[in-house]
Ligand binder design. Structure first.
Ligand SMILES: Cc1cc2nc3c(=O)[nH]c(=O)nc-3n(C[C@H](O)[C@H](O)[C@H](O)COP(=O)(O)O)c2cc1C
Length: 198
């Protein structure tokens, strides 16, 4: 599996994960740093931020997420919620994706002509980063999923990760060596979604 198209095809959502990794923590850190460094951003503003939660911090994130959800989930549905969150907790680690709103605001101020676009571009840049991280993890035999418990967990996650107030949580990506493969995925006819014109 060497070419980029194969990596794009291979990326899937993995919920069934183990607390094992194929890549040691230091290499993992470097890999994520490089992905963050080289993912593009509008005006090269580099507003995306990432936190790698390992060990106790990873576990604490999902334990607290479950506690928060317990208060808001009907009792009948809670068992299902707990199974889902426990699966994330049983993974190896979690990447938190943030955008630094202070950076976005400063670009909006500096470039009034494009003022309203920077927040949109920052979200698009965050999406590119998430996709790149997802594929890089997949390329190393690590399965991941993309979660959105923000804004419910923002305050807690911010304290846990020790991030500045201006960092806004965008997504959470628990990952680890997969315990099983995801099921078949369906695709719309590509002709409905793509055309070539000349
Ligand atoms: C922007 C975006 C948001 C997503 N949010 C969630 C989410 O909150 N929870 C979740 O379990 N999956 C989430 N997903 C995963 C999608 O459901 C999944 O990628 C899609 O069903 C295709 O499956 P695949 O990832 O296996 O190819 C998200 C994906 C994208 C691109």
């Amino acid at each position: 599996m060497s070419d980029i198209l194969s990596e794009i095809r291979a990326r899937r959502t993995y919920y069934d994960l183990t607390n094992k990794t194929t890549v040691p923590d230091t290499a993992l850190e470097q890999m994520l740093q490089e992905t963050l460094r080289y993912t593009p951003s509008a005006f090269n503003m580099q507003s995306a931020r990432m936190v790698l939660l390992l060990d106790q911090k990873h576990t604490a994130l999902w334990e607290e997420t479950l506690r928060i959800l317990k208060d808001m989930t009907p009792e009948a549905a809670f068992e299902k919620t707990k199974a889902k969150i426990d699966a994330f907790k049983n993974a190896y680690a979690t990447v938190l994706f943030y955008n630094d709103d202070r950076v976005v605001a400063s670009y909006a101020e500096s470039y009034p002509l494009y003022r309203d676009n920077f927040a949109i571009w920052a979200e698009q840049g965050a999406g590119m980063l998430q996709s790149n991280v997802w594929m890089v993890l997949e390329s190393k035999g690590l399965g991941a999923s993309l979660q959105h418990y923000n804004p419910l967990i923002d305050a807690f996650a911010g304290r846990l990760a020790g991030v500045p107030e201006s960092w806004r949580l965008i997504a959470q990506m628990p990952f680890g060596v997969p315990a099983s493969e995801p099921g078949e995925k369906s695709f719309l006819p590509i002709e409905e979604r793509f055309k070539t014109v000349r």
